[in-house]
Design a binder for this molecule. Structure first.
Ligand code: ATP
Length: 318
């Protein structure tokens, strides 16, 4: 059982129960619609990333908060089934488990309401309670679906303990304090998040490179990674003289994408896995491999359901 194993990856993050209704068209104000199908799935960026890393074989712990309700309890069971270490998952009675109400119409367009609920109750104290485990971990991965001060506490603690940090600055926010850039070893965003942070469009490798330089200018200490959907990802790293190494443009494998939801989370979990378990790989190879894993996930429907297990992937990745 993974339960009492040492976590090599610690995710500081979020849980959402995704409640998805399928309808012919999105309802107008005041309209009641009869849907054709309902799906209830585990989601939330933090948990998604933990699942992605664990399916590749990582010992992963998650620090997070669920509601003390039926969604929370069944989410906890699901995490245990995935063999994710849940010692630092709290159940709160202050709010309900985070929920994403998703309505998908026949055309594929959707509308989403997210209520973070219990995620808002994840505190610095919760992070501090994980200190002994975090101290022995190789990677801490965090997202912004939990209170900013909690993320900052986690980043500060990981830095104090010498643990490598990846910050996925998602969902998109307009103004991010300097510390978020300065405390992340890898600062990772997608096109939309990059655009929100620097105020200019990011749709190509060239624009991603210019965005990465602007993000470095905001205080990123080592690496900026911009994911570009089907176009892959761009990595910009500092060298020892405070200049930059040659940027690395990674192209994603060409595949028939069915559902790209959660591709970014699959990518980040995989990246954390390769960094933690293949320290001999240069970062660029870890990024290439993470792109390959994420490109597998887009060929299947759903979010966590689409994340591949190690045995489903090509051997040369490992
Ligand atoms: P989401 O918000 O849907 O979870 P994201 O916008 O955060 O995803 P993306 O940049 O869309 O993340 O995708 C992450 C990675 O997934 C890409 O770098 C790429 O490797 C892979 N990927 C995404 N879409 C495709 C695609 N259509 N074909 C191949 N690979 C893809």
């Amino acid at each position: 059982m993974a339960l009492h194993q040492q976590a090599h990856i610690v995710v500081l993050g979020s849980f959402m129960t995704d409640v998805v209704s399928y309808v012919s068209h999105l309802p107008r104000v005041g309209e009641t619609l009869c849907g054709s199908k309902l799906a209830i799935c585990c989601g939330g960026k933090g948990a998604n990333q933990a699942v992605s890393a664990t399916r590749l074989g990582a010992n992963t712990a998650i620090i997070g908060k669920l509601g003390n309700d039926s969604f929370g309890k069944s989410y906890l069971d699901a995490l245990k089934k995935e063999q994710i270490i849940t010692d630092f998952v709290g159940l709160t009675s202050e709010a309900l488990t985070g929920l994403a109400q998703i309505i998908v119409e026949d055309s594929g367009q959707n509308s989403i309401v997210i209520v973070p609920g219990a995620n808002n109750y994840l505190t610095t104290q919760d992070v501090n309670n994980s200190k002994d485990t975090l101290a022995k971990a190789k990677i801490m991965l965090s997202v912004l679906e939990i209170p900013c001060e909690t993320v900052l506490s986690g980043l500060k603690l990981a830095n104090e303990l010498g643990v490598f940090t990846i910050l996925n600055a998602a969902p998109a926010v307009e103004n991010l304090e300097k510390d978020f850039y300065a405390l992340a070893d890898i600062f990772c965003v997608n096109e939309t998040e990059a655009e929100m942070l620097i105020g200019q469009p990011v749709t190509s490798h060239d624009e991603a490179l210019s965005a990465a330089h602007r993000l470095m200018g905001k205080g990123c200490k080592k690496h900026v990674l911009v994911t570009l959907g089907k176009h892959g990802a761009l990595l910009l790293s500092r060298n020892d003289q405070n200049g930059f190494l040659e940027p690395v443009s990674v192209t994603a494998p060409e595949v028939k994408a069915i559902d790209t939801t959660g591709a970014g989370d699959c990518f980040l979990g995989a990246l954390a896995y390769f960094l933690a378990y293949h320290p001999d790989f240069p970062l660029s190879k870890a990024v290439v491999n993470a792109c390959r894993v994420a490109s597998k996930s887009v060929q299947k429907a759903g979010t966590q359901t689409s994340f591949p297990y190690k045995h489903e992937l090509e051997c040369d990745l490992f």
